[in-house]
Write a protein that binds this ligand. Structure first.
Ligand SMILES: C[S@@+](CC[C@H](N)C(=O)[O-])C[C@H]1O[C@@H](n2cnc3c(N)ncnc32)[C@H](O)[C@@H]1O
Length: 357
């Protein structure tokens, strides 16, 4: 209650008719103290609910309820931590003892990482009932708190949060830059912000030294065109129908994909298939890619501009994997900053020899 506020009028809130289990409120209501507003918001299953539906994002609710545990770093893979390290880069030193917020927390895989890195409190906001999946996954940890709310109207007071981030979310919203602005507003002056979005794949300028890379780029671009062509149909299907396809057909394509040559058959179907990840990752990401209606993509310099416009400091484009553009920054210039942490070896362009020695 110390950092939450009414998403409508930003006034303070009060807790009413609560039923407590341990230190948490399982069921109750939150009321806006501004008499003119007087909005009442329910708390259901430990989660305050400031919206009662996901609107354009509803397909994600179904996605995370169905594949609630797939991407948590519990089992065979450590994929989520690998992504965190390459995109967000904050380590135990940065996160420990801090209040941290994620915009669009889904099933909570990155909130899990913040909690393990020793956050004082990791808050996940999501507009859909994905919060039920994340609450089920992680809600028993003392330093985790989920809120069902719209990131365009966050029920959080300005400048109350130490670290704010969002991974793979804002490009699925109607106005990504505006959502980013909302995130920045919540972070205090000694805090930091991190953002990771889809990158735009652009063709390289061809030359004889880069023909191999150029061919890879071309095949990748064709693959994206193929996906977009399928999406004109799949985004119009009822989400339940496409989910049934993901559960039945995609596993067949996933295993076929491991067979040389024959595996190429998968390109005739809408699917995202992984060779090195479990089958439910392919099912989940096929659903994610082909059902989501809104998709924006960005160049690093676009996102850099957003950070400049918000007057952020020490802006760094991190060494994220292909397909992602990820940027971190501090709210103020006097916040400690280790630039060495972000320097990485860049590979030479193939075919170009450096001199006689
Ligand atoms: C692709 S998922 C990413 C989830 C998580 N960050 C991850 O990478 O696992 C996008 C999430 O953003 C949420 N989302 C989209 N628009 C939102 C909004 N306006 N407010 C809050 N959450 C939103 C969706 O419900 C969904 O769970």
């Amino acid at each position: 209650m110390t950092f939450m506020c009414c998403p409508n009028c930003q006034s303070d809130l009060t807790l009413e008719g609560e039923s407590k289990e341990t230190s948490r409120v399982q069921k109750g209501t939150i009321k806006c103290l501004n008499e003119k507003c007087g909005q009442i918001y329910p708390i259901v299953n430990f989660v305050p609910r400031f919206v009662n539906g996901g609107y354009y994002a509803n397909s994600f609710g179904r996605q995370w309820r169905t594949f609630a545990k797939t991407q948590l770093d519990e089992g065979a893979t450590k994929e989520s931590k690998l992504r965190w390290d390459s995109e967000i880069t904050w380590d135990r030193k940065d996160v420990s003892g801090k209040t941290i917020i994620e915009f669009g927390s889904g099933a909570g895989r990155f909130i899990d990482i913040c909690s393990k890195l020793g956050a004082k409190l990791a808050i996940g906001i999501d507009i859909t009932d994905a919060v039920d999946a994340s609450q089920e996954n992680l809600g028993d940890r003392e330093n985790i708190f989920f809120i069902q709310a719209d990131i365009f109207k966050p029920p959080i007071k300005a400048s109350t949060i130490d670290l704010g981030y969002s991974i793979g979310v804002l490009h699925h919203t109607p106005n990504p830059q505006k959502a980013f602005s909302k995130l920045v507003r919540l972070v205090n002056d000694s805090g930091s912000i991190a953002l990771s979005l889809y990158d735009i794949s652009l063709y390289r300028r061809p030359n004889r030294n880069s023909l191999k890379i150029l061919t890879m780029d071309l095949l990748w671009a064709l693959n994206l065109w193929r996906a977009e062509l399928f999406r004109t149909f799949t985004t119009r299907l009822p989400a339940g129908v496409f989910l049934a396809y993901c559960r039945t057909v995609v596993p067949i394509l996933h295993y076929l994909n491991r067979i040389p040559f024959i595996g190429k058959v998968r390109y005739l179907f809408p699917c995202t298939c992984y060779k090195n990840l479990p089958v439910d990752w392919s099912m989940l990401d096929t659903y994610d890619t082909y059902v989501t209606k809104i998709v924006h993509q960005y160049r690093a310099k676009d996102i850099f501009q957003w950070f400049l416009k918000e007057q952020l400091w020490n802006i760094v484009v991190t060494n994220s994997r292909a397909g992602w553009v990820s940027v971190v920054a501090n709210k103020r210039s006097d916040t400690s900053f280790q630039h060495e942490k972000y320097i990485y070896e860049q590979p030479f362009a193939p075919g170009i020899k450096s001199g006689p020695d």
